[in-house]
Design a protein around this ligand. Structure first.
Ligand code: NAD
Ligand code: MG
Length: 378
């Protein structure tokens, strides 16, 4: 069970909910980091008294230093600061809640210090899953998923000693805000339409990924790495209600599912308290009034991003890094109003065609694949 936690990306959706769990469970905070939200980070620092507070943006770091001058909290800036927060000796656990591939270096740094990683930052595993898990094995660092589907799988796999007994992993997918629509209707969808998720309130990037279903594709790749399963043993089922968070099907055809209210504080807490369970702030599921649970097939033709991610999963090597880099760049352009909703898949497909895949990649190859994919998006 964690006692002192460093949160990378503490001002975001996962970061803020992590602090709620930490407060409720009486854990301490070693470091907090954010990109540029100075005021939010100042408030959090005054409430949780970390040793270190980091702003990725150097100007914001200078501002925070002035704001926290009356405290003994040290302030740092940039990637150096983020890395410092990742390896801070007083933390036994690091929650990686930054968005995007920027989380890769700090995650590796924390692993090399043998910290428990509460992993929310899925882009890291999509880009460099093999590297990250090999390092975690070498340094004896536990990686516990925070993503609700992967936490569900982790919970359903407790007690399983022989992975050969697992027939497949089944990831549930809400279908997102555009469920049931066809390409013609999706064409004019705006930023505001895409940011209206039916079941979850999350950061902008992952909310757009949920609308394109890229999020589910990234999660298939994340699951492949976390549970050492080939892509053909991972299925996606559309489950609109987000009550079943994922399932494991065993070789005797038993299916074990994890259910809960759609509330990220439960998987966050389990990543911190594993193997223990303690009472916490997560909402109780009212099974008697939650209505019927439904299941269906994802529409891969309309939601091309999921199909592209499944292709990348089958290809392996740097295909995940190419997919992710292109998607990060395309989603940023969509959020900035520069491209349309359907262009996201178009751009990712183009990058996947243009950028050559390398196999058994090292960190350099991953970074180069990411750079080339972003460049292909333009
Ligand atoms: P968010 O946008 O709400 O928060 C992101 C955090 O990272 C903020 O604190 C921000 O200041 C920081 N940040 C952003 N860009 C940065 C940069 N370039 N350098 C350093 N820090 C930066 O995002 P979120 O919804 O909390 O998601 C965080 C991660 O968790 C993502 O990888 C997402 O896919 C994953 N995740 C989120 C949810 C969810 O419910 N929100 C669920 C599962 C997985
Ligand atoms: Mg998820």
């Amino acid at each position: 069970m964690s006692s002192c936690v460093s949160i990378l990306g503490s001002t975001g959706s996962i970061g803020r909910q992590s602090l709620e769990v930490i407060a409720a469970c009486g854990m301490r905070v070693a470091a907090l980091t954010a990109n540029s939200s100075v005021q939010k980070l100042e408030e959090q620092a005054r409430q949780f008294h970390p040793e270190l507070a980091v702003m990725m943006d150097e100007e914001a770091a200078a501002d925070l230093r002035v704001r926290l001058a009356d405290t003994d909290i040290r302030v740092a800036g940039g990637m150096e600061g983020l890395l410092e927060a990742a390896v801070i000796p007083s933390a036994d656990t690091v929650i990686t809640a930054v968005v995007g591939m920027v989380g890769l270096r700090p995650t590796l740094a924390a692993i090399r210090e043998g910290k428990r990683i509460g992993l929310a930052n899925k882009e890291t595993l999509v880009c460099a899953g093999t590297l990250v898990l090999e390092e975690a094995k070498d340094y004896g660092a536990e990686i516990i998923p925070v993503d609700s589907e992967h936490s569900a799988l982790f919970q359903c796999l407790q007690g399983n000693r022989d992975r050969g007994e697992v027939k497949r992993l089944i990831l549930t997918c809400s279908g997102g805000p555009f469920y049931g629509k066809k390409a013609a209707e999706l064409k004019g969808m705006t930023r505001e339409d895409a940011l209206r998720h039916p079941n979850w309130s999350m950061g902008a990037k992952i909310t757009v990924d949920s609308a394109t279903l890229m999020n589910k594709g990234l999660e298939v790749i994340e699951a492949m790495h976390l549970y050492h399963m080939p892509p053909e043993k991972i299925s996606v089922v559309v489950h609109r209600e987000s009550i079943i968070h994922s399932l494991v099907e065993y070789c005797d055809n038993a299916m074990i599912a994890q259910l809960g209210a759609p509330d990220m504080r439960l998987p966050i807490q389990y990543a911190l308290t594993f193997p223990k369970r303690v009472p916490g702030p997560a909402t109780e599921l009212d099974l008697w009034n939650c209505g019927p649970l439904t299941f269906g097939n994802p529409d891969l033709e309309t939601f091309r991003c999921l199909d592209l991610a499944l292709q990348a999963a089958r290809t392996g090597g740097t295909a995940g890094a190419i997919l992710n880099g292109a998607n990060e760049a395309a989603v940023a352009q969509f959020l900035a109003g520069k491209i349309g909703f359907l262009d996201i898949a178009e751009q990712v497909a183009r990058a996947m065609e243009q950028v050559p895949v390398r196999f058994n990649p090292g960190l350099k190859d991953v970074l180069e694949a990411d750079r080339a994919a972003r460049e292909a998006v333009g």
